[in-house]
Ligand binder design. Structure first.
Ligand code: SF4
Length: 311
């Protein structure tokens, strides 16, 4: 079966849209109505005009779409598509942590479950974490969760009073510093571009640090011809499309047998699963209305701040 054609037909019949994250495989990115990072996908999900949103990404992203469009049917082709970072912050543990550290504004990265969002004051993404924190009054005490590397990056950039939750993404924590140094030696003309979820030693040798969309944008505007890329390998599809004459070298993980530079959760989604999901309209994301209401407020607050300050 030609899944691309079958998906296009079903999508039109059912008035559905397909949102895909940059970490999906190239064939999925190419068939999507909209491709973006977490911030762009949240913005898109909040204003979408369709009966069905099919999310080619991981569960917390589909949940965010459901929270922003509660009256729409939101589908995720594989419910096992989770996230090690979201898993590193469980609601019971986080509630206890908030009780132990009271009177702080809770800034939470979008890579969390709906329950964690419901416990938060404001959501951020890696595209806007610094600006969201800087939009708060200078003396405001903050909790940042769940990514310790992004959290420490924000602390270093803003100098704010922030307690950081100790969570991490297994993909971004596994990049090998030694491999980057070797690649740089072999490619002295290449720039090292790094996601802020990477560990400090990797960030310290970066020529540029930014969210997935910021790295893509940098590859378009920077004058170099070659880049060593330390984030999930899926983004290289868009980088090559935007810069056909440039070279992009993915950084391997520390343990070359683990294949961690690919997010195994993201790669659970396939064209065949998208087709079956659109055909049967399952699996569907269902959330408690109380959680939707509570989780919606901090996401809307982020979107409003982003709009106000233009980021
Ligand atoms: S790359 Fe990391 S943060 Fe992103 S979905 Fe995969 S496990 Fe989660």
């Amino acid at each position: 079966m030609n899944f691309e054609e079958a998906i296009k037909k079903l999508r039109a019949e059912k008035n559905a849209v397909i949102l895909a994250h940059y970490y999906q495989t190239g064939d999925i990115q190419d068939i999507a109505d909209f491709v973006g990072d977490s911030l762009a996908l949240s913005q898109e999900a909040s204003s979408i005009n369709a009966d069905i949103i099919l999310f080619a990404g991981v569960k917390f992203m589909a949940e965010t779409a459901k929270i922003l469009s509660p009256n729409k049917k939101v589908l995720l082709p594989d419910l096992e598509a989770g996230c090690s970072l979201a898993d590193s912050c469980k609601a019971d543990d986080f509630e206890k942590f908030l009780t132990e550290n009271p009177d702080r504004t809770v800034v939470t990265y979008v890579n969390t479950t709906a329950e964690i969002k419901a416990l938060s004051d404001i959501i951020c993404t890696s595209s806007n974490a610094i600006q969201i924190v800087e939009s708060l009054p200078p003396d405001e005490k903050i909790i940042f969760a769940p990514d310790r590397n992004l959290g420490n990056f924000v602390v270093n950039k803003t100098g704010r009073d922030i307690i950081v939750w100790n969570g991490a993404c297994h993909v971004h924590e596994e990049f090998s510093l030694e491999a980057i140094l070797e690649l740089r030696k072999a490619n002295p003309d290449a720039k090292v571009i790094v996601h802020p979820e990477c560990e400090l030693p990797i960030r310290m040798i970066a020529d540029f640090i930014g969210s997935t969309s910021a790295l893509l944008q940098y590859s378009k505007t920077d004058s170099s011809d070659k880049y060593i890329v330390a984030t999930e390998v899926g983004i290289i599809h868009q980088m090559k499309k935007a810069n056909p004459n440039k070279v992009f070298i993915p950084v391997p993980p520390k343990d070359s047998t683990c294949g961690c530079s690919e997010c195994n959760f993201m790669k659970l989604i396939t064209l065949e699963k998208i087709y079956k999901c659109l055909d049967t309209e399952t699996p569907e994301i269902k959330l408690d209305s109380d959680i939707i209401e509570k989780a919606r407020k901090p996401i809307i607050r982020m979107l409003e701040i982003s709009k106000k300050y233009g980021f």
